[in-house]
Design a protein around this ligand. Structure first.
Ligand SMILES: Cc1ncc(COP(=O)(O)O)c(C=O)c1O
Length: 395
């Protein structure tokens, strides 16, 4: 661990109890989240209905503003939703999938949320084109660029792939999409908080993500970014009174959309989740994603070197410029090995078709990473374990 981060460890109580290498799935809870959730309950309890005008109603925007610097966008560019599925469905609901421009280009390495919402739009007329990965690690950028043409409406791609931590070339894909009049929806769930983002500079049209992982903000705080020039002309069909220009006029009939990011809201916000998320954003912003990234690159390089020494097969890119904060290991009986690691209080996970996923966030020490990899080696070397597993079907 970079010693300048050492003092942060005490702010994450779970680190005292286990080896927490699972920030790609659920980041450790900041101690300050207890207080922030208490603030939420206090406001409700003491101010009652006035809580709405004293912060609750605006929470999807004010929380989005805390996230803005981490995403590399201006304040007023982000609204909060429950999760990526809802955010992406809301963006799709702005469009007609009518030929000739009805093509949706994505890859088989996208996260299922984006995949399932995209596939479901076949029923709405979308011509869904899936670009395959040939090695289960990355997707050839040239193949994605070649699939994007004048018939393409949207390109929903993952920035960092959840199965391998491969970083896709978001800028090249955005350039190509714009050349042919298509739009990019960038899923930044596996990059926000660990890989620096400059969404405005890159020109992506839309971006989505959540707070469960590297942003250490917990569940229920998905986010949506919309580029400025799309904020006044799109009309989402997934909508509600919070998207109205004057919600408290309770107008009868069709909606008059707000002319800013509120246009991309729907009904009442999930307030407690947003209180919880803020503590994570503040910590990530205070440390700075550039500093987090520098440490993450150093630690993931250390993990790869150690895995090589131990004879463990790495299924993440070796080039750190193409790799996010996770290392995936193709370990025999990976699911069972992961269960044993979890039993030993080493938190990591297993994904079929990928392997054992372990991540390094700013609060992890080098010793924790070494210990976890040594533990995998020792589990695999246990004779009884091997015999037991040989009697079973491989996972
Ligand atoms: C790249 C990526 N996108 C999206 C999600 C989650 O989607 P949702 O917010 O719909 O649960 C995950 C992980 O849970 C992910 O890794």
């Amino acid at each position: 661990m970079n010693s300048s981060f050492a003092h942060w460890r005490k702010e994450f109580p779970i680190l005292e109890r286990c080896t927490h290498l699972i920030s790609h799935s659920l980041g450790a809870m900041p101690r300050s989240t207890f207080d922030r959730l208490h603030d939420y309950a206090e406001l409700w309890n003491f101010r009652g209905i006035r809580a709405w005008s004293e912060g609750w109603w605006d929470k999807p925007l004010t929380t989005g503003d805390l996230l803005a610097p981490i995403l590399g966008v201006a304040p007023g560019s982000v609204v909060m939703h429950q999760n990526v599925s809802v955010a992406i469905a809301l963006i799709y609901s702005c469009f007609e999938f009518e030929a000739p421009r009805n093509k949706l280009v994505y890859t088989d390495m996208n996260f299922p949320s984006v995949m399932y919402v995209s596939e479901a739009h076949r029923r709405a007329g979308a011509n869904v084109v899936m670009v395959p990965s040939h090695d289960g690690i990355g997707v050839d950028t040239e193949a994605i660029l070649a699939a994007i043409d004048e018939r393409t409406l949207l390109v929903p791609i993952s920035h960092v792939l959840f199965r391998s931590a491969f970083i896709q070339d978001a800028q090249a894909i955005t350039r190509r999409a714009h050349e042919v009049g298509a739009m990019v929806v960038l899923d930044c769930y596996q990059s926000a908080g660990t890989v620096p983002l400059h969404l405005e500079e890159w020109g992506v049209d839309f971006a989505v993500g959540g707070s469960v992982k590297w942003l250490i903000g917990g569940p229920g705080a998905g986010w949506l970014y919309v580029r400025k020039d799309h904020r006044t002309n799109l009309e989402p069909r997934i909508t509600g009174w919070a998207a109205h220009e004057h919600p408290f006029e309770f107008e009868v009939g069709p909606i008059h959309y707000a002319n800013d990011m509120r246009r991309f809201l729907h009904g009442s916000p999930g307030v407690p989740a947003l209180y919880a998320a803020e503590t994570g954003y503040k910590i990530v912003a205070e440390i700075g994603v550039d500093a987090i990234r520098a440490n993450s690159v150093r630690q993931t390089e250390r993990m790869i070197a150690k895995a090589d020494d131990l004879g463990l097969v790495v299924k993440s890119p070796r080039d750190s410029t193409k790799r996010g904060g996770t290392i995936v290991l193709d370990v025999p009986f990976g699911k069972a090995v992961t269960q044993e690691l979890n039993r030993r209080e080493i938190l990591c996970d297993f994904r079929p078709g990928a392997g054992v996923r372990m991540s390094a966030h700013f609060y992890n020490t080098d010793e924790e990473l070494d210990r976890a990899l040594d533990a995998i080696r020792s589990i695999l070397d246990t004779k009884a374990y091997a015999a037991h597993m040989n009697a079973k079907t491989a996972y």
